[in-house]
Write a protein that binds this ligand. Structure first.
Ligand SMILES: [Fe+2]
Length: 289
């Protein structure tokens, strides 16, 4: 085998016991066979967070690579998209809001999973950096499948059949949000979407704690405020360092999070005078159960 051919051999290495794997030796601008595609898909599912290193994508090439993992879906925030590529959204700390002010891009970000107010939230969230601060600004991902399994039995029993009512932004979180998002919420007439608090992975049958506290209006049978307290406490109990991986980006990283087993959180521990910009793609999921 030539040196070049050896370097091209895909390698998948676990990052931590409970979460994370790194892929090297593959260039997703080139076609891959079905067996390789399946290995990548399974690695994302089994490890919850998968980092494919050393990619050199344009936004269009990134979209094509993302399509290997399923049908893409639109981001519900239509404000910041790559020109001509409506399925690639942009997370940028230099975004301006509709009034031309520096947009507040969730500096109060908390653990969540994406788009729970939609009937079919994304199975995967993918992130690809195009500008990075020198330090920090990583994405934290927690394996909520193992976090659920590690809960005391009485808590497991209590939460297993709970349901959440989801809206674009919950009334309890109105005060921390950006005015454009508030407008969207005021205009949104959709009734809340009911989701399981503990969902089952459709490919594996495993269970995971799964919610977005800024989108959870309430747990059915519980008041809004009590719900927020309950969810905060649940996270405090469930999220442990051993289940969590903080991905500190390098240029060229394609991060894939299996939302059906994960909750994630953006990191704001960086110098905000420096530019941080990522392309985000969502892969459509099934109806959670
Ligand atoms: Fe998110």
């Amino acid at each position: 085998m030539s040196v070049l051919a050896r370097e091209r051999t895909m390698k998948i290495t676990k990052i931590k016991e409970h979460i994370g794997a790194e892929v090297t030796g593959i260039d997703l601008r080139e076609p891959i066979d079905e067996a390789t595609r399946k290995r990548l898909y399974d690695a994302a599912v089994d490890n919850v967070a998968l980092v494919i290193r050393d990619q050199q994508f344009t936004a269009a090439q990134y979209q094509a690579a993302a399509e290997l993992f399923g049908e893409l879906m639109e981001d519900q925030n239509r404000r910041y998209l790559v020109d001509g590529l409506p399925l690639v959204s942009v997370l940028d700390n230099r975004h301006k809001d509709s009034k031309g002010q520096q947009a507040k891009v969730g500096k109060n970000a908390t653990w969540h999973t994406d788009h729970t107010n939609q009937e079919r939230p994304p199975k995967f969230t993918m992130l690809y950096p195009v500008a990075l601060p020198d330090h920090g600004g990583g994405t934290s991902v927690c394996n909520m499948r193992d976090a659920y399994e590690a809960l005391p039995e009485d808590i497991k029993k209590r939460i297993t059949d709970m349901k959440t009512a989801n809206t674009l932004i919950s009334s309890a979180r109105f005060k921390i949000s950006n005015p454009d998002v508030l407008n969207d919420q005021m205009e949104a007439k959709a009734p809340p979407t009911i989701q399981p608090l503990v969902r089952t992975h459709p490919d594996r049958g495993t269970k995971a704690i799964w919610f977005h506290n800024s989108k959870t209006e309430n747990i059915l049978g519980m008041e809004a405020e009590e719900t927020q307290e309950f969810l905060d406490k649940l996270l405090e109990t469930a999220i442990k360092p051993e289940f969590t991986y903080v991905h500190e980006y390098r240029l060229g990283d394609m991060l894939i999070v299996d939302n059906r087993s994960a909750m994630h959180k953006a990191g704001f521990d960086y110098d905000h005078s420096q530019h941080r910009k990522l392309y985000r793609i969502l892969v459509r999921g099934d109806r959670p159960y």
